[in-house]
Design a protein around this ligand. Structure first.
Ligand SMILES: [Fe+2]
Length: 283
């Protein structure tokens, strides 16, 4: 009967097969994973039919399926946190997710970043971008993307104009920015990731949020998302992306000075960017 002691003998033999000409990092990664997977397989005691079903399942996954699973099971978050140089005073990072598209059009701060239908719930979100000393930063580029009123992303769902709800804006002279968009709605994961989570009894929805990628010379890049207090799914986000410090209040405000003839949803969020030099010192 194969047991863990015998498995270790087989593992040692497998490791003896390398001739030293391989790529060290590839060997390290594969062997580390095998050291975890092989004992788990022994404990799980799958039948051959189960193994073949599992291998067939993996073989049919699309790239997006795999990326969503990495996100949903917290793997991306581990890697991002491992590589983040941000200290406790900077705005916290969180997962980029798979829906960013490079080269979004440049838009004036305060201009709508996508279609706004006549009956749309409108989000007006503003704030200040500062350094860690509290100094406002002018001309900072914010690359913004968010889902639409149906919880769908342009370039990923049909019948949405390219770059809808995607834009790059720059902060004003006082460091302020303003985003105007249809209120992004929650969205569920899709494809095999969705089906797998459902089979496991995990909810599949993300809370409403806006994504930010902020790059400014002399500062660490910040990739994050802003969420809204009291929203559904902030406590059980299916991709574990909600962190302390990324929640802000959402209020319905009727103020013609905001530029709309009906009440809109207003949120405020300030960003603190970490100077690159501090990250280098800490490293
Ligand atoms: Fe998103």
């Amino acid at each position: 009967m194969l047991d863990h002691a015998e498995l270790q003998v087989r593992r040692a033999h497998e490791k003896s097969l390398y001739d030293g000409t391989g790529e060290d990092r590839v060997v390290e990664v594969v062997e580390k994973l095998l050291d975890a997977i092989c004992p788990a397989i022994l404990d799980l005691r799958p039948t051959m039919d189960e193994l073949n079903a599992a291998l067939g399942y993996v073989a049919k996954l699309s790239e997006l399926d795999v990326r969503l699973m990495s996100w949903a099971f917290g793997i991306n978050q581990i890697v991002e946190d491992l590589n983040s140089p941000l200290g406790p005073d900077a705005t916290v990072n969180t997962v980029q997710g798979p829906f960013h598209i490079a080269d979004a059009p440049t838009t004036d701060s305060g201009a709508p970043i996508g279609l706004i239908e006549a009956d749309a719930d409108i989000l007006v979100m503003d704030g200040i971008v500062r350094d860690l000393a509290g100094q406002a930063l002018a001309g900072v580029e914010l690359d913004i993307w968010c889902a639409d009123r149906n919880g769908e992303y342009s370039q990923f769902a049909p019948n949405i104009p390219d770059f809808n709800n995607r834009a790059k804006i720059r902060t004003n002279a006082d460091g302020s920015y303003r985003i105007v968009t249809e209120m992004p709605q929650p969205y569920a994961l899709i494809g095999e990731c969705k089906l797998l989570l459902e089979r496991m009894g995990r909810q599949i929805w993300r809370p409403r949020h806006v994504h930010f990628m902020i790059d400014h010379p002399g500062f660490e890049s910040l990739i994050t998302q802003v969420y809204f207090t009291g929203d559904d799914y902030t406590s059980n986000d299916c991709v574990i992306g909600v962190k302390d410090g990324l929640l802000t209040e959402l209020k319905r405000v009727d103020d013609p000075k905001l530029g709309f003839d009906r009440p809109v949803l207003v949120a405020h969020y300030d960003f603190a960017l970490q100077p690159a030099a501090k990250a280098e010192q800490a490293a």
